[in-house]
Ligand binder design. Structure first.
Ligand code: 6PG
Length: 472
């Protein structure tokens, strides 16, 4: 067989599907995996694509199967396994070859890997790939970080395998170093917030409005025809429709209410905190998954304080739909604001409109809404969505509903950690005179940290009476 155009290490679900996608697009691909039987099975199951796939478990043989300059995609578990594969590959690669890490890497690891490969002549790209199994097979959204030269070498194949929105590839070069993996991390943070807010409105329907899963499914199906139209809303209706074959009951009632998390949502919140950008909806979503995992404590808590009453939310479904839209605007505003700040700090010059564009198809948060976001960012350079004219209009129309829902849920004893933090963020964002003048006074009182005055430039300290507030 002629030499392969590209190599891929790691035949997990994502790796396997990405490899088939590459072959499907006309490229010859060689694969490598720790266990040889996976390679054999992969080739045996490649069907009509079999003449374009080859592979070997021996790394040297695998590399020799690739056309020079070589491009090798790594699709293994994030963390140490990536370093182990790079160490294995390095002795067999040459100047001009490029390693492409397509896993969900922590971008700090990506930055370190760039530094470690620096001077070897071996190039590196850190790419975020979103869309799960289906996306990997038929077109994911691809967020690329690294040097522009290396990007141009890989551009053709990455664009070919990516999802398309109106014919445009959902794959773009976003910046140097860890830019691609950083953007993927924030994508996942937004994904967490989006999913959590959907779970909260489901909670309002189930507990506050006493609706059955089938009724909830119907509402989500309807909402998917309007401004909330998105992959996550669509799959939510399917999740609510599913019936458990064992019990005959709605599957959603059988699934345990404890959410897993692999870490990207948490990284997203950590990065926001480190950058000093408010991303409370993402934090709220991560925290909601953490508290969901504390099932025994929640059961004990319900015994201590009593269960929330059923059917007590005073909201209608139209209000709920608008509230979700307002919450979603706040969450995306926060996610994009984190990226804008990170771009500034790292000198990435992240194209926010382009990021929204490549998220319109292929990825988990794909939606019609992202098209509106890309248009808004293309029009103006304001980094916060809440100041973009189209979103100002949408937020003016919908924030009242968010307020109504959060208030109704507070009275009905239903938790809405993400929706309520979205509302608090919005109210704080448009409050010209906040309340941290008192915080500054306190800091100056106990630690002489100083404060600014409203009527004069400079740093000031007040001579607070020394005995006030002293213990004893
Ligand atoms: C994607 C997803 C994916 C992520 C899963 C699970 O964009 O395709 O974000 O990368 O791994 O959604 O993430 P959690 O286990 O943290 O929910």
């Amino acid at each position: 067989m002629p030499q392969a155009d590209i190599g891929l290490v790691g035949l997990g679900v994502m790796g396997e599907n990405l490899a088939l996608n590459i072959a499907d697009n006309g490229y010859r691909i060689a694969v490598n995996n720790r266990t040889p039987d996976k390679i054999e099975a992969f080739i045996a199951n490649a069907g009509p694509l079999a003449d374009r796939v080859s592979g070997d478990a021996d790394i040297a043989t695998f590399v020799s199967m690739l056309k020079a300059p070589r491009s090798v995609i790594i699709m293994v578990k994030a963390g140490d396994p990536v370093d182990a594969v790079i160490a294995q590959l390095k002795p067999h690669l040459e100047k001009g070859d490029v390693i492409i890490d397509a896993g969900n890497a922590n971008y700090h690891d990506t930055v370190r890997r760039f530094a470690e490969l620096d001077g070897t002549g071996i190039g590196f790209l850190g790419i975020g790939v979103s869309g799960g199994e289906e996306g990997a097979r038929h077109g994911p959204s691809i967020m690329v970080g690294g040097s522009e030269d290396e990007w141009h070498n890989a551009e053709e194949v990455l664009k070919a395998i990516s999802a398309k929105f109106n014919g445009e590839p959902c794959c773009a070069y976003l910046g140097t170093g860890g830019a691609g993996h950083f953007v993927k991390t924030i994508h996942n943070g937004i994904e967490y917030a989006d999913m959590q807010m959907i779970a909260e409105v489901y909670g309002v329907m189930r507990d506050g409005l006493d609706m059955s899963p089938a009724q909830c499914a119907e509402v989500f199906r309807e909402w998917n025809k309007g401004p909330l139209d998105s992959y996550l809303i669509e799959i939510t209706s399917h999740v609510l429709d599913a019936v458990d074959s064992k019990s005959g009951r709605p599957l959603v009632e059988i699934i345990v209410d404890q959410a897993g998390q692999k870490g990207t949502g948490r990284w997203s919140a950590i990065e926001a905190l480190n950058l000093g950008v408010s991303a409370t909806t993402i934090e709220g979503a991560v925290a909601a998954r953490s508290i969901s995992a504390m099932k025994p404590e929640r059961i004990a808590g319900e015994k201590l304080y009593g269960a929330a009453p059923k059917g007590k939310a005073r909201v209608d479904l139209k209000t709920l739909e608008n509230a979700l839209l307002a919450g979603k605007i706040a969450a995306y505003a926060q996610g994009f604001a984190v990226m804008a700040k990170a771009s500034e700090e790292n000198g990435w010059d992240l194209p926010l409109d382009e990021i929204a564009k490549i998220w319109r198809a292929g990825c988990i948060i794909r939606s019609r809404f992202l098209d509106t976001i890309s248009q808004a960012f293309a029009k103006g350079d304001a980094a916060n969505l809440l100041t973009q004219p189209d979103f100002v209009t949408m937020m003016k129309e919908s924030n009242g509903s968010l307020r109504e829902v959060v208030a109704a849920c507070a009275m009905a004893e239903l938790p809405t950690p993400c929706l309520s933090s979205a509302l608090a963020y919005f109210d704080a964002y448009r409050q010209a005179q906040g309340t941290t003048n008192i915080t500054q006074g306190q800091r100056d009182f106990f630690g002489a940290h100083g404060f600014k005055r409203t009527d004069e430039d400079g740093d000031f300290h007040h001579d607070w009476p020394s005995l006030i507030g002293k213990a004893g």
